[in-house]
Design a protein around this ligand. Structure first.
Ligand SMILES: [Zn+2]
Length: 392
């Protein structure tokens, strides 16, 4: 079974411009990508004419909450029964795939729903984006995200928590280094899990060949997380020169999730978002953007992640983050890399995803218009979405 995409302007995820390339898909993979393809070799191929459109690698969102649909007061649905959360997750996964996001990394899900949902999608039981699931996040007792996390105190328990998650099938371990916006009574700036606790969890993840990601907003917590060996810093709201130097030295990436506070601050209390969340979010907004700009300037690896599912940060509107990355200083090409090849590296799937190359999985999306000139075209529904060689 072959599909051929011809006449499109192709952004491979590797270069910096659009190229005139023809792509041949064979089963799940990209078989050929070249200027000239011998069509006679594939007489039965389905032909997609992408004239006037842009062909991109399937987009990747490094930070989502798949079981949340971004209601203003998202915590109201927190105690929904597991079947309802699961169905919501399936709905969200489909919305993201519809929007051209073929892969997402889920950052915390109660009851390990994301782990089972990821399997169900892989097995073709339900349609949706590919999910790299963390399952329950590891946090301190009463710490950020405790309501659906695995609360741990002390290095041994953190180690056990990570082992439990790996046993359940987590493909990445999410660790809470600081407080956050959406948990009442905790401060974004304050450190939470200790270096020793995080180190133990990281060690277990790395032994199992898995990466780690940390929710880290305050400077001291970010520093602790880097020292503990965390692979990615999510949010990274209060960066300073020292933390940036440390990240550059150790190749640590950040996933800023600019869309999360943007939507909270735009909607405000009037939209029904809890007052404590709006107040905290307003307070961190300037530092967040300043930190992002500093990191960008310094050359820190930056991945695209929405934090989709936080208040008014709707699944399917994932492209908003790309727009904000550009608004605050990235070029369109940099933003596209952040959601393709760089993102694939961050989620540890660079050998199979993130760029259009022979041998990689055929995750391909086609949009009208040119996102290298106007990133906003990614807000429109893609003309074509192909995941693992299958037309969606
Ligand atoms: Zn998050």
């Amino acid at each position: 079974m072959h599909i051929i995409i011809k006449n499109g302007k192709v952004f491979t995820g590797l270069g910096n411009s659009l190229e005139d390339l023809t792509i041949v898909i064979e089963n799940k993979e990209i078989k050929e990508i070249a200027e000239k393809v011998d069509f006679e070799k594939y007489p039965e191929a389905k032909i997609i004419d992408a004239k006037g459109n842009t062909v991109l690698p399937g987009l990747i969102d490094c930070h989502v909450h798949i079981t949340s649909e971004g209601n203003a007061d998202m915590l109201k649905t927190l105690h929904d029964p597991v079947p309802r959360h699961t169905l919501r997750g399936a709905m969200v996964a489909k919305k993201m795939l519809d929007a051209g996001f073929t892969t997402v990394r889920n950052m915390g899900s109660g009851d390990n729903i994301d782990i089972e949902l990821a399997k169900a999608i892989d097995q073709g039981m339900v349609d949706g984006c590919r999910i790299i699931p963390s399952g329950r996040c590891i946090c301190m007792t009463g710490g950020h995200g405790w309501f659906n996390g695995r609360e741990v105190d002390g290095a041994d328990e953190a180690r056990k928590g990570a082992r439990e998650q790996l046993k359940a099938g987590a493909q990445v371990i999410k660790i809470m280094a600081t407080g956050g916006v959406m948990t009442e009574g905790v401060e974004p700036g304050s450190p939470q899990m200790t270096i020793e606790e995080m180190q133990a969890a990281v060690e277990e993840a790395h032994k199992a060949g898995r990466k780690t990601a940390t929710h880290a907003q305050g400077t001291e917590g970010i520093k602790n997380a880097i020292l503990a060996g965390l692979d990615t810093i999510e949010h990274a709201i209060f960066l300073d020169k020292e933390t940036i130097e440390m990240m550059l030295e150790r190749n640590v990436a950040i996933v800023p999730t600019l869309a999360a506070p943007y939507q909270i601050n735009k909607g405000g209390i009037e939209a029904g978002i809890p007052e404590y969340a709006v107040k905290k979010s307003m307070r961190i907004a300037d530092s967040h953007v300043k930190s992002f700009k500093m990191a960008l300037e310094a050359g820190v690896i930056i991945g695209m992640g929405t934090d989709s599912g936080t208040p008014l940060n709707r699944p399917g509107n994932n492209a908003m983050e790309l727009e904000l990355l550009v608004e605050h200083g990235m070029t369109e090409v940099q933003a596209l890399h952040a959601a393709t090849s760089v993102a694939a590296k961050i989620i540890d799937r660079e050998s199979i995803l993130g760029s259009l190359e022979a041998g990689k999985l055929a995750d391909i999306v086609i949009f009208e218009g040119n996102p290298l000139e106007d990133i906003k075209v990614l807000h429109n529904k893609p003309v074509t979405v192909i995941k693992e060689g299958k037309l969606h």
